[in-house]
Design a binder for this molecule. Structure first.
Ligand SMILES: *Cc1c(COP(=O)(O)O)cnc(C)c1O
Length: 355
């Protein structure tokens, strides 16, 4: 099967650089970024800071490194960071918070990935003979494992206001914060106005091949630059990557709403199938998560069956599948994926009829 017959719904990280990005990469003006001399990286960092309305930004190879530095720059060893229970920082970053920053997460379980100030207030720890103090709150927006859910603006504003009153800082894991902005019909500048730092990924729905940015105050970003070097993230002629990132940053945010419409369409089709538990009204952005326990098989088996018919999608555990829409899958491909999925599900339910 040729590559373009495959519909890859595993993640928005699979998006490939388009012709415009490749041309910009080939022609990028470069220098040694560890010396601060790569003009294209410098332009990307300046544009990111301007778009977010903050003082400075740092180009990092991955979102994980951006989050790792974001936590480190706001904390000291032996402190606590408040996180949602299934956030990326806790579940998918190899305990970097502990390994690099020496902090422990204090997690708050939620139904939809969105923590309230009330929940956070109940989990704050004040320095004392038995307590490591809370110094940082990390918000994931959109929340990946909750299904791309978006923080209401007033919730973020309240958390930031109350946190700052108490001398606490707020970091946003905004890997998909542009998706949040599209969903709210808002801007990333407004969404992140109150936070002390935000990390966002160029390499996901925005379509760049590599890279993320950490955005914040000039002071925090200057310090972050040293942490990036410690982590091995000083990338030299990184302008070839930043060139694609600049295009992703300028061109891609305005088309994310299409991915969201496609995700809702996919969700509506899948929700009609027997054995699938999915509420399409919960799909806010480009992530669709649903339960397949009614099919009587585990997700690994379903993934294998789908793969033989050209659909790539993974389970997040034995019973829940996750599908993402992105710029490299069209509306028609989403419809095709849904109908192939329906065929596979039909065969499963036939196979499970006792004879
Ligand atoms: C993808 C992602 C990251 C960073 O991932 P990298 O693969 O390291 O770029 C961070 N947070 C969330 C919520 C993500 O989805």
């Amino acid at each position: 099967m040729s590559e373009n017959e495959i519909i890859d719904l595993r993640s928005d990280t699979v998006t490939r650089p388009d012709a415009k990005m490749r041309a910009a990469m080939a022609n990028a003006e470069v220098g040694d970024d560890v010396y601060g001399e790569d003009p294209t990286v410098n332009r990307l960092e300046e544009r990111a800071a301007a778009i977010f309305g903050k003082e400075a930004a740092l180009f990092v190879p991955t979102g994980t490194m951006g989050n790792t530095i974001g936590v480190k720059v706001h904390t000291k060893h032996g402190e606590e960071v408040i996180c949602e229970a299934h956030c990326h920082l806790v579940d998918w970053e190899l305990s970097m918070m502990a390994w690099f920053a020496g902090c422990t997460p204090r997690v708050i379980p939620t139904d939809n990935g969105v923590m309230s100030w009330k929940q956070i207030a109940g989990s704050l720890r004040v320095k004392g003979p038995h307590n490591a103090p809370t110094t940082l709150i990390a918000l994931e927006n959109t929340h990946n494992m909750a299904g791309g859910t978006v923080y209401p603006q007033e919730t973020i504003d309240e958390i930031c206001h109350e946190a700052h009153q108490r001398g606490l800082r707020v970091h946003m894991d905004g890997a998909r914060v542009f998706n949040a902005a599209a969903a709210l019909n808002s801007t990333v500048d407004r969404i992140t106005r109150g936070v002390d730092s935000v990390m966002f990924c160029l390499s996901k729905a925005l379509g760049a091949p590599v890279g993320s940015l950490l955005v914040g105050t000039a002071e925090a970003i200057a310090e972050s630059r040293l942490f990036r070097k410690r982590l091995g993230g000083g990338m030299r002629q990184a302008g070839v990557l930043a060139a694609a990132g600049l295009i992703a940053l300028e061109d891609s945010p305005s088309v994310l709403a299409e991915d969201h419409a496609n995700a809702r369409l996919l969700a509506q089709r899948l929700a009609e199938l027997p054995g699938i538990r999915l509420d399409p009204s919960r799909v806010q952005t480009n992530i669709v998560i649903f339960d397949i326990s009614g099919l009587g098989i585990i997700t690994a088996e379903l993934s294998r069956d789908l793969q033989t018919r050209g659909i790539l999608a993974n389970g997040i555990d034995a019973t829940r599948m996750r599908m993402l829409t992105h710029r490299d899958v069209t509306r028609d491909q989403c419809l095709r994926a849904a109908s192939i999925f329906a065929e596979v599900v039909g065969e499963k339910s036939l196979a499970s009829i006792p004879v």
